[in-house]
Structures are given as structure tokens and as C-alpha cells.
Ligand binder design. Structure first.
Ligand SMILES: [Zn+2]
Length: 284
């Protein structure tokens, strides 16, 4: 057995319009936000933060234990993901140590499935593999139907006073992503009196709705296009990268995410501009 091996279950490729619906997952939607905060004395000058729903770490641990019970002499490290295409991936390391990433559809899997998972993880057993494929097919459909039923109506407003978000999104999609990002984008709601804020959510991405929201404070003439692009680019990256559970928390910005974020053409310039113009952005 090689020291390192990876096997994956994949969702079949779908037509573009179908995949948008197919991959919405209603039960565990994550909303990911970029927040700009006024600095506190003890904090770094700017911190951008992501907020997610409460992690269901207990359920993850429970599944890890249930699978481990069928894994003689091996250790299991389980991450639960919301990955679009990969339902199961297994890395087998010396020990043996099994690093497994599972789609969250498995969180409440019945005992027969956890046994098959263990056989698949430990031995790449072909019967177990068939059993799991059937489970994935069945739950994939259920998740899709639920997503379609529960989809809330969303007002999408792309055309702002200064910037057209759809145009910004399309150009980034072509330039960085081979036009493969499948999401809607909208300005957040406007209104209210101008004031000095302590923090502002510049952007967010809703996994369930595949919707990027951008704060209207960025729809102003003094905001350079490369800065707005940076915010949108960041949110688009959330569709590319899955969200593993690390140390009991969902990790929105994995090292791979951050590495790709640095590939933005104006990365340094955008960060510098943010530091210099913090007060102006927060006055909205
Ligand atoms: Zn983020």
C-alpha cells in the first residue's frame, strides 16, 4: 500500500443551469462575511472577520466515533465539508492514519452506512463503494429538492450609482476563474442616515443562495475599482474552496484560500488602500 493515496467520490458533472440548483444545500448553509472594523487598541489596525453559523462539532465527533468503531487499528481524522463535487475523500497515511473528508449528508448516516464508510476508508472495498454511491445518489436528490423548496426570494440589485456589480463580477469571473463561478451578486440594502460606524460588512457570500452581497458603502466615487474588485474576488473564492471543520470550528479561510487570495493582481495595493482609507469607508 502506498504511504499516501487519495480516493474520491464525485458528483457527476451537470449542465450549468442545473448545477446551480443541484449544489445548494439547505440544511447547513453558511453565510460568510468580510467585515471591516474600527481598530481597538489591543487589536491589529484592521481585522477582517468571517462569521458562520454555530458548528455542529458534537455531531461530527459522534460520526467520527461511529466510523472509528469499525476501523480496527487505525486512527481517523474526520472533516465535514460542504464541497460541491467531492463527497468523500480519503488520504491513507502511515500508522495507519486515515484523513477523511465527508460531505455533511453523512452526518446522520445510519449504521449500515457508517460500516460501509469504514470498509471503504480502510480497504477501498468495492461492495462498500457501491453501497455509498447509492446513498450519495439518493441524498443528493433529497438535498436538491429541499434547496429548491426552501429558497427564499432575494432581491438582486446589481446596478449601483457608480459601479455595476454584474459587470465587475463577470470580468473577474473571466479573468481569474475561467467563467466557472456560478453565483448571483447584489448590492446590500441602502438607506439610513450617514454616520461614523464602528464596523461594516463589506461583503458576504451565502452558500445556500449562492449569493454575494456587497455593502453599498463601496458604491461611491472615492472607492477605486480595484478595491471593490478585491472584495468581490474574495467572496467568489468562497465558492471555490470548501469549508473544513478544524479544531471544532469551520475554517473559512484555509491556507489554500489565502494563497489564492494573494494571486489577485492588486492585492498589496488594495490592502494598502484599505488601511489608508478606513475612516472614509466607515463613514457611511
Ligand atoms: Zn471570507
Amino acid at each position: 500500500m502506498p504511504a499516501f493515496e487519495q480516493t474520491s467520490f464525485l458528483f457527476p458533472e451537470r449542465k450549468a443551469d442545473e448545477s446551480a440548483k443541484a449544489l445548494q444545500v439547505a440544511s447547513q448553509a453558511a453565510k460568510i462575511t468580510q467585515e471591516l472594523r474600527r481598530p481597538r487598541p489591543e487589536a491589529p489596525r484592521i481585522s477582517t472577520r468571517e462569521l458562520g453559523p454555530a458548528d455542529d462539532e458534537r455531531v461530527r465527533q459522534d460520526l467520527e466515533h461511529r466510523i472509528s468503531a469499525h476501523l480496527p487499528g487505525g486512527r481517523l481524522a474526520l472533516a465535514v465539508t460542504d464541497n460541491r463535487y467531492t463527497m468523500i475523500s480519503v488520504k491513507r497515511e502511515k500508522g495507519p492514519m486515515y484523513r477523511v473528508r465527508l460531505h455533511h449528508m453523512f452526518l446522520k448516516a445510519p449504521p449500515a452506512i457508517t460500516r460501509s464508510l469504514a470498509r471503504y476508508i480502510a480497504m477501498n472495498d468495492s461492495e462498500a463503494s457501491k453501497h455509498l454511491s447509492a446513498f450519495i445518489d439518493e441524498h443528493h436528490l433529497v438535498i436538491r429538492r429541499a434547496a429548491r423548496r426552501q429558497r427564499p426570494p432575494v432581491t438582486v440589485e446589481t446596478c449601483g450609482e457608480v459601479y455595476d456589480l454584474q459587470e465587475v463580477f463577470d470580468s473577474l469571473n473571466g479573468h481569474y476563474f475561467g467563467s466557472q463561478i456560478d453565483a448571483c451578486i447584489t448590492w446590500g440594502p441602502r438607506g439610513g442616515k450617514r454616520k461614523r460606524r464602528r464596523s461594516i460588512k463589506m461583503g458576504s457570500y451565502s452558500v445556500e443562495d449562492r449569493l454575494i452581497r456587497v455593502h453599498p458603502a463601496l458604491d461611491r466615487r472615492f472607492i477605486p475599482r480595484y478595491f471593490l474588485e478585491w472584495i468581490v474576488y474574495h467572496e467568489m473564492l468562497h465558492q471555490v474552496h470548501d469549508i473544513p471543520v478544524v479544531g471544532g470550528r469551520r475554517q473559512f479561510h484555509t491556507p489554500q484560500f489565502l494563497a489564492q487570495e494573494r494571486q489577485f493582481d492588486h492585492y498589496d495595493r488594495a490592502r494598502r488602500w484599505e488601511r489608508t482609507n478606513l475612516d472614509r469607508i466607515l463613514h457611511y
